[in-house]
Structures are given as C-alpha cells and as structure tokens.
Design a protein around this ligand. Structure first.
Ligand SMILES: Cc1cc2nc3c(=O)[nH]c(=O)nc-3n(C[C@H](O)[C@H](O)[C@H](O)COP(=O)(O)OP(=O)(O)OC[C@H]3O[C@@H](n4cnc5c(N)ncnc54)[C@H](O)[C@@H]3O)c2cc1C
Length: 373
C-alpha cells in the first residue's frame, strides 16, 4: 500500500481487505469506508459499488475510486482515470463481477480517522417488530450525518429467541460529540426492550471482530437482497423476513440509506439505490439442509420482490436470481463496454448458471433460476 499524503490518495491491491487497508491507514490518522466484515476483499467490494462504513451518509465506497490500473483482455496495462480510459473507470465503479478487465491497483481517496466511535444497541423481542421498525424508519433519514443505522433480526448471543436489534454507530472527533450524536436514539427508542447497550466505546477493529462473529466460518450461506421502493410500506413488506423462524445463525438486515439515496449519483455504473436496503443471510451447517435453507431464503425473497426496485450486486448470487442491478440506461452502457473491452469473453463475466450470459452480460431483468430448486 502506498499513501500520497498530500493528495490523500492510497494506492492498494484489490487483494487487500478493508480491514488490512484500515490498519495501514489508521496508523497515519486516516480511514477508508471499506466493507463491514474483515475478510471482504477490496476487489469485489469496490467493483460492485461498496456499501462501506456509514454508506448512508458518506456515500458509496466506489465514489472514492479516483483511478485504477488494469490489465485488459488484450494484455495491455492501462491507467484509467477521469481523463484517460475513463469508460473503464466508469465501469469499475459498479460493474461488479462483469468488469471487463482485471484490476491491478485501486487509487482511493481516504478520509481522516475518527478518534471517537460509540455505538448504541437496543434488543427487543421480535414481537415488537412493527413498533421498532417504524421508529427506525422515522428516525433514520434525519439522523446526524456521521451515524450509521441498521436494524437486524438476529438471535443474540446468550439468548434463544429471535430479536430485533436497532444499532447506531457514530464516528466523531471527540467523546462529547459522539454522545450527543447518539442522544436522540437513546432518548427516543421505543419502550419494551429486553436490554440496551448505550454509548459503548468501540473502534473499527472491534467492529470487524463483531462482524466476523456474526458471519462464522465453516457454515453454508444463501444471501439475497432488495432495494425496497421508497413509497412501499416497508414495515409490512419486511415483516415476514424479520419474524419468520430461521436457523440460529441466520439474520436479516435493514440498512438505512437515506440521505445518500436521495443525492444524485456521480456518472458511474452504480446507479441502483433506494432509501431502504434489505439483505437476508440464511446460514446453516450441514450440506443435507442445503435445499431447505435455500428455499426458505427464496420464499422470503419472493414475497418481497414485488416491492423492490432492484438489488445490490454485493449480496447477490446470479446462479439463483438475477434482477435489476442498474438503471436500464447504465445497464445498456455497461454491457456495451463489456463487449468493447472484451469481445471474446477472455475475462470471466457474471458467471450465472452455465455462464449463459457470457459476453452479452446480464439482461437487468428479474429472473429466478428455477432448476436450482
Ligand atoms: C461476510 C461478508 C460480509 C460482507 N459485507 C459487505 C459489506 O459490508 N458491504 C458490501 O458492500 N459488501 C459486503 N459483502 C459482499 C462482498 O463485498 C462481496 O462478496 C465481494 O464480492 C467480495 O469481494 P472479494 O474481492 O473478497 O471476492 P472475490 O470473490 O475475490 O471477488 C468477487 C468477484 O469480483 C471480481 N473481482 C475481484 N477482484 C477483481 C480484480 N482485481 N479485477 C477484476 N475483477 C475482480 C471477480 O469477478 C470476482 O469473481 C460481504 C460479503 C461477505 C461474505
């Protein structure tokens, strides 16, 4: 990793993880809004857009990609920025796994590290789902700009029942500001919680540890997601997903995206977003349960799909479900660029079932791969 301190640009390999990058940057008083889990590689994460730390307010991680170095399908090594090979930079910011070249290095804009991170979490019985989700939806769009807000349906450690847990994580310069940032949530949370952990001092390293625990190694995963339409009755749309019994390790997640979702995006491939991001992680241990657990996830998503604008490439499996990942205009431009830069399909594409999409790329329409079920 190389840091240009004057320009606040770090140059990094796609094989580095967000945690490794932040370990390097934190020693220099800087950070990058990489993925929430320590083992998420920057390559896949940034190419698909990157829902990093405090994405709700700081925007998509790929917005901080200033330039890339790539090797093309014809074996040329190119530098791509806003003035040279700019169409490849456009594609690298949201193409996902269909990016038609191999990224050798990302040049990323970094931000100063926040000395004080505090979190507040409130654990409610799942029977409180409607009240709690309604509160999260009300409070999230207007909340302070350095606070990330999620609501998770999860079986917390030491408990044996599914709960709904709103989590507020704030990034601030000093303790006073951090406490002030969480005060609104701490004061206005609905009654009826089982327990609360208020103003807990935390750090990126501690958050990475928690995320690693929530995504245990050695398990089998089916992930799916949806951007729920802005005008949907979100509480009702997500009710089944949040309350249906799933395995102990499974979880459902609501990620508040407004106000980022209301700001015009820069000109880049990433073009799909709404105020409400939902992701479902069905997690199980044994291969024998594959079909049951995958079907459970599919059935929940089928109920949500009619209320979705599209989905995020990051928590998607094209071998199970394809849908709208971009606006139609950006999808058309992206698939044209794929054919321009990789006519023969030398670089691997979206790898849907049997690689049917091939050099044509994805059709950007909703489609379930039924033969898997
Ligand atoms: C536990 C867990 C937590 C996650 N949390 C988040 C999160 O907080 N936010 C978020 O946005 N996403 C998150 N994700 C999704 C994650 O960002 C994607 O799975 C991403 O693809 C991981 O990138 P990778 O480089 O590690 O994976 P890889 O499997 O190595 O890459 C995925 C694909 O990207 C392409 N690719 C990767 N590197 C290159 C390269 N150098 N050049 C060209 N193409 C390349 C390839 O097509 C590859 O198949 C999470 C995933 C997991 C498993």
């Amino acid at each position: 990793m190389d840091l240009d301190e004057a320009a606040s640009i770090v140059s990094v390999s796609p094989s580095a993880t967000g945690a490794e990058l932040n370990e390097f940057l934190s020693k220099r008083g800087l950070m990058f809004g990489g993925g929430h889990c320590p083992d998420v590689g920057l390559g896949g994460f940034l190419l698909q857009g990157g829902m990093g730390w405090n994405c709700k307010n700081w925007g998509w991680a790929c917005e901080q990609v200033a330039a890339i170095d790539v090797v093309t399908a014809t074996g040329d090594i190119l530098h791509c920025n806003s003035t040279c090979n700019s169409d490849l930079l456009w594609a690298a910011r949201g193409a996902g796994p269909g990016f038609p070249a191999v990224v050798l290095r990302f040049h990323l804009r970094v931000r100063k590290v926040f000395a004080h991170m505090l979190s507040s979490a409130f654990i409610y019985p799942i029977s409180q789902y409607r009240d709690v989700m309604k509160w999260v939806l009300e409070i999230a769009p207007l909340y302070g700009r350095d606070t990330e807000i999620v609501a998770v349906s999860v079986t917390p450690e030491g408990m044996d029942k599914r709960c709904i847990v709103p989590l507020f994580l704030t990034f601030q310069d000093n303790e006073e500001n951090a406490k002030a940032a969480l005060a609104d949530a701490n004061r206005s949370r609905p009654e009826g919680f089982i327990t609360e952990v208020v103003n807990k001092p935390t750090s990126l390293a501690a958050e990475y540890r928690d995320q690693a625990n929530a995504n245990p190694p050695g398990y089998r995963f089916a992930a799916s997601n949806a951007y729920i339409k802005n005008d949907a009755d979100v509480v009702s749309v997500l009710e089944e997903a949040f309350t249906k019994p799933l395995s102990r390790e499974s979880f459902a997640l609501y990620f508040a995206m407004s106000p980022c979702s209301r700001k015009p995006l820069p000109d880049m491939a990433l073009s799909m977003q709404t105020d409400h991001y939902f992701a479902l992680y069905s997690i199980w241990k044994s291969k024998e349960d594959d079909l049951t657990c995958k079907r459970l996830a599919r059935d929940i998503m089928l109920g949500i799909e009619a209320h979705a604008e599209g989905a995020y490439l990051g928590d998607a499996d094209f071998q199970v479900r394809k849908t709208r990942f971009w606006t139609d205009e950006c999808a058309t431009k992206l698939m044209d660029l794929r054919r321009k830069w990789d006519q023969q399909g030398v670089i691997c594409g979206y790898l849907d079932v049997g690689d049917q999409s091939g050099t044509a790329g994805l059709a950007n329409v909703s489609e379930w791969c039924e033969e898997k079920w």
